[in-house]
Design a protein around this ligand. Sequence first.
Ligand code: TRP
Length: 347
Amino acid sequence: MEKVILTGDRPTGRLHIGHYVGSLRRRVELQNTGDYRNVFIMIADAQALTDNFDNPEKVRSNITEVALDYLSVGLDPKISTIFIQSLIPELTELSFYYMNLVTVSRLQRNPTVKAEIQQKNFEASIPVGFMCYPISQAADITAFKATTVPVGEDQLPMIEQTKEIVHKFNEIYAPVLVEPNALLPQRAACNRLPGTDGKAKMSKSLGNCIYLADSADSIKQKVMSMYTDPLHVQVSDPGHLEGNTVFTYLDAFCKPEHFGRYLPDYANLDELKAHYQRGGLGDVKVKRFLNSILQEELEPIRTRREELARDMDSVTELLRVSSLKAREVAGKTLSEVRHAMKIDYFG
Ligand code: TRP
């Protein structure tokens, strides 16, 4: 079977390096393999509204920010279809039919939804739309008959739920839907890059993100004030790697060739780690090394972003045209779904 990618992000802010190592970098590699018949990259505005319904301006303004982030990391609109979720009403209709195939208790057991309900203090009054977003995500994935969904670990429950819907639909009606598989980042550190303060996750509200659009100065300042090991007070003290943000970032970004360029005293990351654990290696030196790596990786992205931002009309036109193309594909699946469900009354 031909392989198809679908993935996306909620437009609730500019994308940061957590998104980059967790999914964006991989998408570009996959796109460039040529192994996929289609690559769909969705800006999930309707999903963003499930927990930002009272802040539509935020969702709206971030559509173009996310589109700029996509294009600047190297997603190529000639290969990848970058589209806006709410412009595909077929997804809403699919979601409505899928709702019959999912129980309320199954939604309540979804670990990602559970965690988000806590985070957002929704316990007392959970909006129905929010509760159902995993169903809408199943519609996103199946509408494009995606075989492959490159995402971070936190999205695994959504893929699981999608598979269940696919099985149930195909069993009850007809084998129309395609079962997707998640594609996780190859390096463990990339699955959930912590914030610069060492907190569990990068989040805009915690102010602990490094954005793809950040200036060189801002990146440097954020790296130099990063959380490390509170027990590593003197340079001579043994340092700990566990929970040490600087080393987690190195795990996510460092390549062997970086040592030759920026830190030739060490052959590889294992040597650097060993020295840190022994004692005698200061945080500042490690932070400077990380800064050099991040600057090298992010500089071309920032430059491309600035260039693209000079012609926003082209970016919006691209979104408009690609969304039309995506809509055609989703429409085809919806026709098959309606036929399978015997609601294609007039042919
Ligand atoms: N839930 C994803 C996120 O929060 C965004 C998303 C919506 C998505 N629909 C999708 C991801 C379909 C993969 C496939 O980032």
